[in-house]
Design a protein around this ligand. Structure first.
Ligand code: HEC
Length: 129
């Protein structure tokens, strides 16, 4: 291998390595954001204990279409409300926003949806990569 070729190869290898490291770091950060340091951590309602994640997500999506889609878009990519894909906030924070709403921006859903439904909505929002 000529020196210039060798240099090219090592540069390419370094770039690939950096990209892979970056992607991995993003995955880790997302994971950390979903857990977060907030205390107490989000407590999933006991009623959902035996329900597999994909089922929670599907149920959450049905609720989302009824309650949230007119502001956040049918596929949650945003409309009047923001895109909800890849949020860098904790599960607990998402649940709190749904329950309390955001003054002047988003209504409270505490009366409309019980804890289990809120948790299903959290599962759906969390599934949006
Ligand atoms: C009336 C329109 C409206 C409805 C209905 C609505 N939202 Fe929102 N939502 C907003 C707006 C506007 C914001 C952004 C407010 C801001 O940034 O200050 C927001 C913010 C959020 C956020 C916070 C995003 C972040 O980056 O922290 C979440 C999570 C969310 N909405 C979820 C939902 C879910 C789930 C529902 C249905 C149960 C819903 N919203 C219904 C308008 C709405």
């Amino acid at each position: 291998m000529r020196p210039l070729q060798a240099l090219g190869t090592s540069v390419a290898a370094t770039v690939t390595l950096l990209a892979a490291t970056g992607a991995f770091a993003m995955v880790l950060q997302r994971h950390a954001a979903s857990q977060s340091h907030e205390q107490p951590p989000y407590a999933w309602p006991p009623g959902l204990a035996g329900v597999p994640i994909p089922t929670r997500v599907t149920q959450g999506r049905t609720l989302f279409v009824k309650s949230c889609a007119h502001c956040h878009g049918l596929d949650a990519t945003g409309d009047e409300g923001p895109d909800l894909h890849g949020l860098w906030v904790s599960d607990r924070r998402i649940a709190a926003v749904i329950k309390r709403g955001i003054k002047g921006e988003m209504p409270s859903f505490a009366k409309k949806h019980d804890d289990r439904q809120v948790a299903e909505l959290v599962a759906y929002v969390r599934s949006l990569e």
